[in-house]
Design a protein around this ligand. Structure first.
Ligand code: UD1
Length: 426
């Protein structure tokens, strides 16, 4: 089993290059299902989740090849996705169980092929996470939904028709699924209370360059005028705002100074505002965002909400920050009902955290102490790595596969800016 061993106490200084965004790449990789022409995606991160979705696309008959001889070195890699021959419209349990985002193939497949069957994504460590909004939205476009043996089947033998979708609350995945589906439905679809996350805007840009007619992406109401067919395109995946935000926290926690190359401040304004309140000096450089410490670290309060408010995917990392800040901080998780699993692990490192329902009160301590910890999900793992960067002695993080789902070359990137961090195999 691989482990990460971090020896805390090193100040981080230098440049970290931010990779393409996992959460943008996953929906973007489903867009080729909508066309018989090749779609090229550049700046794809090398992550376990990308491999899982590639396996699923391969299973469906999509050929995935390295584009333009690229594939090594920095700057992400470029892949060509060719879905000219869809061989199967069933997404099997064995692949879907590994990654909830597999549900994103459902809409595109039914739009292109008239039917699709996807294994129900199971319960997930960070809450119940149902898919009812995805299914209701598809029904609004005329799909018939049936459930059998743990699978959901959507069919539209006569084709899909544009419709009116109003989400009762914001869902990133459901907005993405219906946006892709509506691109090929006959007539106009309006999506109200749509997610406004930057990943939605990135998906819309890619679809538009494939010939889709979309307006309002990035706002609460998106209008899609369906077209008869989409064509191939080349699209660069946006930079990962969660990866950038995580390293921004590392800069402040270690009283360091990091240039987050490629990061876009407008994608992460809410976390940057909290960092500034906590003691970061933030500047927009020509090629990214610079975050450096003003020498102090002050507590802060956060409530997670859909974009443009503070993202749930940064909650665990900011809890690590609050653990060593002056005074008390309150962090409220308002998106997922069970996303505090990093709390007991942070406490093993000496953090003082009390959870009451969906809120956690964190009283900053003078120092954390290295220990063996175990991560339960992706962002929780990152919060433990961040705590390890400032803890006295060695912090050993087990179950590395969570981190590998979402952070590309984590230890290389951190080591290059001064961290003492090793991946070991026992
Ligand atoms: C995406 C992100 C994830 C992030 C989350 C919230 C990807 C691959 N994942 O996940 O990293 O934490 O957005 O920003 O982009 N819900 C329902 N019914 C549904 C769908 C969602 O009740 O059909 C609920 C969820 O349980 C959750 C809330 O809606 O409480 C928001 O979830 P959603 O925005 O859909 O998250 P994902 O798209 O799964």
């Amino acid at each position: 089993m691989e482990k990460l061993v971090i020896t805390g106490g090193k100040r981080l200084e230098g440049t970290i290059e931010i990779s393409g965004a996992k959460n943008a790449a996953l929906p973007l990789m489903c867009t080729p299902l909508l066309t018989d022409e090749p779609v090229i995606l550049t700046n794809l991160p090398r992550l376990a989740d990308i491999t899982t979705l590639t396996d699923l696309l391969n299973h469906l008959g999509v050929t995935v090849t390295i584009a333009g001889g690229d594939g090594t070195g920095s700057g992400g890699r470029s892949l060509t996705f060719d879905a000219s021959n869809i061989a199967d419209t069933v997404a099997p349990y064995d692949i879907v169980r590994k990654m909830r985002a597999s549900i994103l193939v459902l809409g595109p497949l039914v739009a292109r092929m008239g039917e699709a069957t996807v294994s129900m994504p199971g319960g997930c460590a960070i809450g119940n996470r149902p898919i009812d909004l995805h299914l209701k939205a598809l029904e609004a476009l005329g799909a018939v939904i049936e459930m059998e043996d743990g699978y959901v089947r959507a069919s539209a033998p006569g084709g899909l028709k544009g419709g009116s979708v109003r989400f009762p609350f914001v869902s990133v995945g459901a907005t993405e699924n219906i946006l892709m589906t509506a691109a090929l439905a006959k007539g106009t679809t309006t999506i109200e209370n749509a997610a406004r996350e930057p990943e939605i805007t990135d998906l819309s840009k890619c679809l538009t360059s494939m010939g889709a007619r979309i307006s309002g992406a990035g706002s609460e109401t998106i209008t899609v005028e369906g077209v008869e067919r989409l064509h191939g395109a080349t699209h660069a995946v946006m930079p990962d705002r969660v990866e950038a935000g995580s390293y921004a926290v590392a800069a402040l926690m270690t009283r360091g100074n990091l240039l987050l190359k490629n990061a876009r401040a407008e994608d992460m304004q809410a976390p940057l505002d909290v960092l500034a309140e906590a003691g970061a000096i933030i500047s927009n450089d020509a090629d990214g965002v610079r975050v450096k410490s003003n020498g102090h670290l002050q507590g802060f309060n956060i409530v997670t909400q859909p974009f443009p408010a503070f993202p749930t995917d940064m909650q665990a990392q900011f809890m690590a920050l609050a653990s060593v800040a002056d005074g008390a901080s309150v962090i409220t998780e308002a998106i997922f009902e069970n996303r505090f699993m990093h709390v007991p692990e942070l406490c093993r490192l000496g953090a003082d955290i009390a959870v009451n329902g969906s809120s956690a009160t964190i009283r900053g301590v003078n120092s954390l102490k290295g220990a063996q910890v175990m991560a339960t999900d992706l962002r929780a793992s990152m919060s433990l790595a961040l705590a390890g960067l400032v803890a006295d002695g060695d912090t050993v993080i087990n179950r590395l596969y969570h981190l590998d789902r979402g952070y590309e070359r984590l230890e290389d990137k951190l080591r290059a800016v001064g961290a003492q961090i090793e991946r070991v195999n026992d």
